[in-house]
Design a protein around this ligand. Sequence first.
Ligand code: ADP
Length: 483
Amino acid sequence: LSALLAGVPDVRTDAALAGTDPGEGWFAVTDPATGAVLAHVAEHDVTDARVAAAAAATAGRDWARRPNRERSAILHRAHALMMDDHERLATLITAENGKTLADARAEVAYAAEFFRWFAEEAVRPHGSYDPAPAGGVRHLVHRKPIGVAALVTPWNFPAAMATRKIAPALAAGCTVVLKPAEETPLTALAVGAILVEAGVPADAVRIVTTTDAPAVVEALLADEHVRKVSFTGSTQVGRILLHQAADRVLESSMELGGNAPFVVCDDADLDAAVAGALTAKLRGGGQVCVAANRFYVHTDVADAFVQRFGEAIAALNVGHGADDGTDAGPVITPVAAERIEKLVADAVAGGARVAYQAQAPSGAGNWVAPRLLVDVPGDAAIAHEEIFGPVATVRTWSDDDEVVAMANDTEFGLASYVYSRDLQRAIRLGEAFESGMVGVNRGLVSDPAAPFGGVKQSGLGREGATLGIDAFTEVQHLAVAWP
Ligand code: ADP
């Protein structure tokens, strides 16, 4: 790993490899598949966070004034450098997050694409110039960079959650302070180094690594230089940050938890539905905010779907993400594994049945065996909470209105999925779902060119698409006297 991290600031691999404690000021990053220490990363505190915000503000004065074409060219370079470095970054993601190399490679391409997409958006500002209806005034409306943005990201997509925020911010002319998840700071630091290589001034993207997220993030949101917070993580933490943002009336973007229904109609193409279900459930080991959390299958096809999906789950090869042939890696932490096991145990105690199960390795590592549960009682916690792991639950339905009510019976509204050969029926169901995104005959919704975000308690605002860059700008109106 030391070769993969050569030249990346704030990381020490020497002490980690020697198995010694590097002392004060560093924290360990571990491999979730083995528990082994991979590296040590600098422990930053509240003062460091304030220094970073001030430095980002200073850097922002020059960055915002650069011609859009220049910022765009730098972002294009970042995309190219990330793609050139594809394998190194994928290896880092797998090492600290545990996902399979195939998933990690897909994440690198997805993450890099945000730089290309927003490089293209950077040169397409949209303003307006209009005569006032009453005459005597010309209205000029344009967008300005909002200023320094505090970015807080989770561990499930160590590269993509960072680039989905950094790319539009830089494209808009903002500078940022990024606080990556303590479980996966290595990839974020590697992406930061790539940005510097691409030509981004070092202070325009400051990365503050810490194990004390509550204090460091609170200090950032309270800092006078910070004008925006963009957060991806749990609804619980999102609420805390919204309260803090309220104190300074900070512009806020929140990508929070999900509880996605995956609806299979009686006229669905079952091969496609099973393939989509595997993607929607098992990408990243199910630790994805748009992961399918509740499978609702029409009674007429329930047996066939459960058998095919269940057999595919039981055949999954669970192991170290970097090993050839691995279909599912470990979950992120021992605490996460315990939480998932408790959800399953409670459901089984309430009458659910484990119909299919894959083998998981024993020994060190945060292993959770992929499973498919049937006969899940409607009031079981697993039917309402985000599972965030490789466990699928199936319930049946027989009427379209009934399944819409089941799908919407949650305070979350991030993603939904629907499978039907009748496209009008699928779209009608999709429109009825209270969610920000709907996969129609597709188990994957994310695309940098499309708006990503939730309704209800799944969040505020959208990332990606043109809306993604708007989120880092503010509108200014100039009323110009026109006698
Ligand atoms: P997850 O369940 O995916 O770990 P979290 O919401 O706990 O989601 O974490 C997402 C990000 O929020 C991480 O960077 C984490 O360090 C940070 N975080 C966690 N708790 C707080 C908090 N109280 N205040 C600010 N940031 C926090």
